[in-house]
Design a binder for this molecule. Structure first.
Ligand SMILES: Cc1cc2nc3c(=O)[nH]c(=O)nc-3n(C[C@H](O)[C@H](O)[C@H](O)COP(=O)(O)OP(=O)(O)OC[C@H]3O[C@@H](n4cnc5c(N)ncnc54)[C@H](O)[C@@H]3O)c2cc1C
Length: 212
């Protein structure tokens, strides 16, 4: 085989290899998904005060193209340490600890952004602070401790990390919750966020809540 014959063989093979490489490189891949039903660490990207007791906490999904993996209307859970004061006294707001002295607590939150927003997820969190509060029935109540998770999240700054887990196996919870009153708070917070931020694009799924 002389040089010309070798080139005749090598050129098409090289062309084929380049073609396959380009195809593989540009082949559309499914976006990376953040929530995989496993516990994940998410970095706080931004904190925005919506009102005296409500904050929008933006969590980074790790890369600008990663999607949440949870449609709007479904919830995730956040972990936090049970406050030391609660573990040592066994009390929270003057009552036996509803978390039964566990080292770690978890609470559910319904993000106000979903898979349509790559790169980050927004949570709207109501923070129950300790102190005197006029309740909806007009009675004044003194909350000795406030809300555990709300206060934990209130202390977070951009750059801090938060442990979260996807809740996709419980996809119908928000649907049932909206009927049972459980999802109402989240729905109200979402609507409130939308009212305060009319520039933010918002997608309502279903008329009531997402029937999933
Ligand atoms: C499916 C689902 C989705 C949810 N989504 C959201 C969401 O998007 N955003 C959100 O903020 N919450 C959401 N919640 C509620 C959330 O899970 C927590 O229950 C809430 O944040 C309170 O948790 P905490 O640990 O701060 O309070 P806890 O320590 O668990 O409880 C304290 C409780 O005491 C009372 N309390 C304490 N201090 C005060 C005070 N100063 N004023 C009035 N009452 C007081 C409140 O009833 C409060 O719930 C959702 C719940 C569910 C089930």
């Amino acid at each position: 085989m002389d040089g010309n014959d070798a080139m005749k063989l090598i050129l098409p093979i090289a062309g084929f290899a380049v073609g396959v490489s380009l195809l593989l490189y540009f082949w559309p891949r499914p976006p990376k998904v953040f929530l995989t039903r496993e516990r994940k660490r998410a970095q706080v990207a931004d904190v925005y005060e919506l009102s005296h007791d409500t904050k929008r906490i933006r969590l980074s999904l790790g890369s600008p193209t990663t999607t949440l993996g949870l449609p709007v209307g479904k919830h995730l859970a956040i972990y936090a340490p049970n406050p030391a004061k609660c573990i040592s006294s066994g009390l929270w707001n003057g009552k036996p600890d509803p978390d039964k002295g566990k080292e770690e607590i978890e609470r559910k939150y319904t993000p106000v952004t979903g898979n349509e927003q790559p790169g980050y997820v927004d949570l709207v969190i109501k923070i129950y602070k300790p102190g005197k509060v006029t309740m909806p029935d007009g009675k004044e109540t003194h909350w000795e401790d406030g809300g555990k998770m709300g206060l934990f999240l209130d202390s977070k700054q951009p750059g801090d990390w938060i442990d979260v887990i996807g809740w996709s196996f419980c996809g119908r919870c928000v649907f049932f919750g909206s009927h049972m009153g459980l999802g109402d708070e989240a729905m109200k917070l979402g609507v409130r966020y939308f009212q305060i931020n009319p520039h933010v694009s918002w997608k309502f799924i279903g008329g009531f809540s997402s029937p999933l």
